[in-house]
Design a protein. Structure first.
Length: 218
């Protein structure tokens, strides 16, 4: 009796299919606050306020384990660097993760910009290509953050953590999901919230980890 053994093609280590397995796990952690949410300013370069430091301490138990990531990054803002250091990440500053360049509106709150240039603010909110402030348009901002995400070297590790401004996290999510730019305005990223994307250049998936336990009743 003869036994038929199928011919198996040797695995080509250079095959693009194998490269697909080199997926990253990138967790973005929003920097702790430097002011109340209503007082947030464009390109805010203020350090953490007292409330921010206290929030870091309360959130540490859930975020400190991310220090085990093979690569750890942060935005260049003082509060992003301080948040990363306080959590034990010792992050590497990435200029590509800087906030959107807001031109002459830098340091303004949205309300202040609206009071000075209401029509310009309306145009900026309506058109992702507009730059009425003389800075960077929303499309360019999203593309810049997305390019950083896509160019994480595959041979430098599979798990990454990046502490970034909430606006940067929003831009990363819009890019990863290939969502319309207007989606940016519908994403609410709170200080010290964490979100993970997995994949590689051009192919990213949003990942939710863990479960919220329901309080038990007496």
């Amino acid at each position: 009796m003869k036994i038929w053994i199928p011919c198996v093609t040797p695995l080509d280590l250079r095959s693009p299919a194998l490269h697909d397995l080199r997926m990253h796990r990138v967790t973005f952690v929003a920097a702790a606050r430097s002011s109340s949410l209503l007082a947030e300013r464009f390109e805010d370069d203020r350090p953490l306020d007292q409330a921010g430091w206290e929030e870091v301490q309360r959130a540490a138990a859930g975020l400190v384990p991310l220090a085990a990531a093979e690569l750890r990054y942060c935005s260049p803002t003082p509060r992003s660097r301080a948040t990363g250091d306080a959590l034990g990440y010792a992050p590497l500053v990435q200029l590509a993760l800087r906030d959107c360049d807001m031109g002459r509106w830098r340091g303004f709150t949205l309300g202040e910009a609206m009071a000075r240039e209401p029509e310009a603010v309306d145009a900026w909110l309506a058109d992702p290509r507009s730059t009425p402030h003389g800075g960077e348009c929303l499309l360019s901002f999203i593309a810049r953050v997305g390019a950083w995400l896509d160019t994480r070297p595959a041979d430098e590790g599979g798990t990454l953590v990046a502490v970034a401004e909430p606006s940067v996290v929003r831009a990363a999510l819009v890019y990863a999901l290939k969502a319309p730019p207007s989606t940016y305005w519908n994403i609410d990223v709170r200080p010290l919230s964490a979100i993970t994307v997995t994949g590689r250049a051009g192919r990213w998936n949003l990942r939710f980890d863990g479960m919220f336990s329901q309080p038990t009743r007496a």
